[in-house]
Design a protein around this ligand. Structure first.
Ligand code: UD1
Ligand code: CA
Length: 449
């Protein structure tokens, strides 16, 4: 592929979103819209894209960081003016310039690749992406002559009744010959509404006797821009469906896929089954042959193979192979269940490592704890990690048995194989192999045991 630069227009006001957040930072499948454009660019060229920012510039910068270049369009004087802002960075730099929008998250990289390829194959100065659609969506019309050659693009506002009937629409995505684009931007005249229309370049090229090429698609959803929250919800629905279908084709079973929400950044292993009302969000990774849901929410978490997670919330946690979790369990930040852990109903684990094969079947709280291998935590066991000022650690060594309703007042250590009686309040360390019970808990002395 030729040397390609990408310009992403993202300076627009987005007034109709009625939001204090810049439009392009609204999320689609958990990802800010503008990121889809940035990722498409990254798939096409190693050159960082130039993002034209204006309204909410700082917020966009802090979202995208230094993976892209920025130019600021102080006043939103139209798409032609927006592209012109990138001229100082790109003139004389790249053979081809692809222009796309930051608010068109559904556009496929394959479509862009085809568009660029079409431009590479012909001699004219540009190729425009067009879409055939019954619904005009307010898009500009592609006007052709009797030989079918593109003559101009007419904005809907100024189109004649005859032009309004044209079903071939301008998607707003273009691939230009760089050395033609930059000088010709100066030739765009200000429109009656005070904007410089990028689309005027088509008429300008034709007037020069140049050939304008098109690449046409039929899936309108790809080029639907997001201007309102209604559009946002539609884009979300299309993206969700795409993501779900991608995973189903990759070997994931979904019961009622329309009730399953998977963010773009999630990964799922083969033969995993997702039951209804399940959310896999953020950077969640789920292994193979798991059963997740119904009613599970996993966010930024890593789940191994062969796990079963029923109606539960798992946030920033790690769950290793063959664990069973829930129903109604809550794994919070820093929870790490090693292999074969069983965590039943109404349990909560936070900032704790729970060793292999440990069981906590029925309610209880494990926070700031190190729990060993093969420990049994009875119903209602609580690590009392907070003294009102600071958090303290609980250590439960391998094979310990903690009776129901025991309170372990941290900092405290339960030795290997030690046993704690039901209802005990443990305020001091229990040595290895000992039995402790009572309130406060005392260790049973050797003779009696
Ligand atoms: C534009 C096209 C229209 C096409 C439609 C497809 C022009 C004149 N018209 O119309 O033919 O059918 O896209 O979606 O180009 N932007 C800036 N700075 C500006 C103006 C716009 O960055 O000064 C950005 C916006 O944030 C947006 C994109 O450019 O992402 C498109 O702008 P918008 O005003 O929505 O163009 P349309 O009127 O929809
Ligand atoms: Ca209790």
């Amino acid at each position: 592929m030729s040397d390609l630069a990408v310009v992403i227009l993202a300076a627009g006001q987005g007034t109709r979103m009625r939001s204090s957040r810049p439009k392009v930072l609204h999320l689609v499948a958990g990802k800010p819209m503008v990121r889809y454009a940035v990722e498409n660019a990254a798939a096409l060229t190693t050159r960082p894209p130039v993002v034209v920012i204006g309204v909410g510039a700082d917020a966009v910068r802090s979202e995208l960081g230094d993976a892209v270049s920025y130019v600021v369009q102080e006043q939103q004087l139209g798409t032609g003016h927006a592209v012109a802002q990138a001229r100082p960075l790109l003139e004389g730099q790249a053979d081809l310039v692809l222009v796309c929008y930051g608010d068109m998250p559904l556009l496929r990289v394959e479509t862009l690749r085809q568009l660029v390829q079409r431009q590479e194959e012909h001699d004219g100065p540009m190729t425009i992406l067009t879409v055939i659609s019954e619904d005009s969506m307010g898009f500009g019309r592609v006007v052709r002559d009797q030989q079918g050659r593109v003559r101009e693009i007419v904005e809907e506002k100024v189109a004649t009744p005859e032009q309004l009937r044209i079903r071939e629409l301008n998607a707003g995505v273009y691939c230009f010959q760089g050395d033609w684009l930059w000088p010709h931007l100066d030739q765009i005249q200000i429109s009656p509404v005070g904007e410089y229309y990028l689309t005027d370049l088509i008429g300008i090229a034709v007037a020069e006797g140049q050939d304008v090429a098109t690449y046409t698609i039929h899936d309108v959803s790809e080029v639907q821009g997001v201007n309102t929250r209604v559009h946002l919800a539609r884009a979300e629905a299309v993206m969700r469906k795409r993501i779900n279908e991608r995973w189903m084709l990759a070997g994931v079973t979904m019961l009622s896929p329309e009730t399953i929400y998977i963010d773009e950044s999630v990964e799922i292993g083969q033969d995993t089954v997702l039951y209804p009302n399940t959310y896999l969000l953020g950077h969640t990774v789920v292994g193979r042959e798991c059963e997740i849901g119904p009613g599970a929410l996993l966010c930024d978490s890593r789940v191994g193979d062969h796990c079963r997670i029923l109606s539960s919330v798992v946030e920033e946690a790690v769950v290793e192979d063959r664990c069973t979790v829930g129903p109604y369990a809550h794994l919070r930040r820093g929870a790490h269940l090693a292999e074969d852990v069983h965590m039943g109903n109404f349990g909560e684990v936070k900032n704790s490592y729970v060793g292999r094969g440990t069981r906590m079947g029925h309610f209880g709280y494990v926070g700031d704890a190190q729990v060993g291998v093969g420990v049994n935590l009875g119903a209602g066991v609580v690590t009392c990690n907070y003294d009102g000022e600071r958090k303290h650690q609980t250590v439960i060594e391998d094979g310990a048995f903690i009776g129901s309703d025991a309170l372990l007042v941290a900092p405290v250590r339960i030795g290997r194989g030690a046993r704690v009686g039901a209802g005990a309040v443990v305020t001091r360390d229990i040595p290895e192999g000992k039995l402790a019970y009572g309130v406060p808990a005392r260790v049973r002395d050797e003779e009696k045991s």
